[in-house]
Write a protein that binds this ligand. Structure first.
Ligand code: 2PG
Ligand code: MG
Length: 432
């Protein structure tokens, strides 16, 4: 068999928060190698697949990943050796069976995902194909609309903002490269505005600014000003997307916002409704907490025609929860993160469920990232037309955007860049 896996090895590297994570190398008997690095979240959903950490306080404060590495080089390597790298489902299935737990707690989702991603890479290389083309087939040609996080709060910064992510979405751009330029110019205009106001331009975990604003709505206000200052029209050229990550505000059935404000889920939905009236918001992710299924159904009934309602912690990229969400009309879109579920095959299955329901899906980074741009290729391969990968600054985020620009260039005239929100009335559809 020409593409047969021979060895699997792993090493500890650092992620963008300075914490250890796992880097995996898979080599084939034909001498081809593939590598991948695994990201790590901070605001995690309760049902995410489990990251295996050593717990040895004398190394990296307990966060080392030597146990995960031992799992990769021991049990996992033996289980996948001899399999064809082209059979992703067999490789992932073998690891799931070997782990034997529902949440990959025994071997670690970080160990399993590292091998899964490296296997996809080595398969592509062995075939002489770019990763997006191997995973997406010859029909893959759509570049995703980026959601770029320019103001960080919540668990990603210590500036007191309740809400985690305030993102810009260059809906009026006619190509991915132009979208990056729109966003970069707006990012710098925002920096200048914050600086003029004596606010901090230091950044949070995803590279967005982390100013001490007096309220969450002020983040939207200053972003609108930055869009205008950069010479763009809010809503038409550049819109706003939010990830409040409301799990972090959830206390005993209520949402606690700064100033000891306790809101019900209906209050939260009403608050977002007022913001949608005031600001060009097109997408809200995790506007409510993961246990608030009833709240989500009401939230989507109230706002779902006006904005994309995305579930992240609610679904953790798990087909079982996404199917529940579809039945309960909890949202109308899903955030997709490979390490929430732990294999490439299961992530593709989650995307398939979204597709068959006619739901949107957004391929996403984690707040702790590496230079690995796997999700850039993955977003093109999945064809859903949306990615969120942080600010248009800092290497671990720009690695994804730069890779997407390279893919767009490689696709040449075949590249398609369309505004996924056009049917909701924001911006015009573009192609070319
Ligand atoms: O909530 C999120 O969507 C993510 C990524 O932006 O954050 P984290 O990786 O910390 O879960
Ligand atoms: Mg989120």
């Amino acid at each position: 068999m020409k593409h047969q896996i021979e060895t699997v090895s792993a090493q500890e590297i650092l992620d963008s928060r300075g914490n250890p994570t796992i880097h995996v190398t898979v080599s084939l008997t034909n001498g081809v190698i593939g590598q991948a690095a695994v990201p790590s979240g901070a605001s995690t959903g309760e049902n995410e697949a489990v990251e295996l950490r050593d717990g040895d306080k004398n190394r990296f404060g307990g966060k080392g990943v030597l146990k995960a590495i031992a799992a990769v080089e021991g049990e996992i390597a033996s289980a996948v050796a001899g399999l064809s790298a082209l059979d992703q489902a067999a490789i992932d299935g073998a690891m799931i069976a070997l782990d034997g737990t529902p949440n990959k707690t025994r071997l670690g989702a970080n160990a399993i995902l590292g091998v899964s991603m490296a296997a996809a890479r080595v398969a592509a290389s062995s075939l002489g194909l770019p990763l997006w083309s191997w995973l997406g087939g010859c029909g893959a040609r759509r570049l995703p609309m980026p959601m770029m996080n320019v103001i960080n709060g919540g668990a990603h910064a210590d500036n007191g903002l309740d809400m985690q992510e305030f993102m810009i979405v260059p809906v009026g751009a006619s190509s991915f490269a132009e979208a990056v330029r729109f966003a970069s110019e707006t990012f710098h205009a925002l920096k200048a505005l914050l600086h003029e106001r004596g606010l901090s331009v230091s950044v949070g975990d995803e590279g967005g600014f982390a100013p001490r604003l007096s309220g969450n709505d002020q983040a939207c206000e200053v972003i609108v000003e930055a869009i205008e200052k950069a010479g763009y029209e809010p809503g038409k050229d550049i819109a706003i997307a939010l990830d409040p990550a409301a799990n972090s505000m959830w206390r005993d059935g209520h949402y606690e916002l700064r100033g000891a404000k306790m809101l019900t889920s209906n209050d939260m939905t009403a608050l977002y409704g007022r913001w949608i009236d005031r600001f060009p918001i097109i997408s809200i992710e995790d506007g409510l907490a993961e246990h608030d299924w009833e709240g989500f159904a009401a939230h989507t009934a109230a706002l779902g025609d006006r904005v994309q309602v995305v579930g992240d912690d609610l679904y953790v990229t798990n087909v079982q929860y996404i199917e529940t969400g579809i039945r309960r009309k909890a949202t109308n879109a899903v955030l997709i993160k490979l390490n929430q579920i732990g294999t490439v095959t299961e992530t593709i299955a989650a995307v398939d469920v979204c597709r068959s329901a006619g739901w949107g899906y957004v391929i996403s980074h984690r707040s702790g990232e590496t230079e690995d741009a796997f999700i850039a290729d993955f977003a093109v391969a999945m064809g859903g037309g949306q990615i969120k990968a942080g600010a248009p600054s800092r290497g671990e985020r720009t690695a994804k955007y730069n890779r997407l620009m390279a893919i767009e260039r490689a696709l040449g005239d075949s590249a398609l860049f369309a505004n996924p929100f056009a049917s909701r009335g924001s911006g015009e559809a573009n192609s070319g």
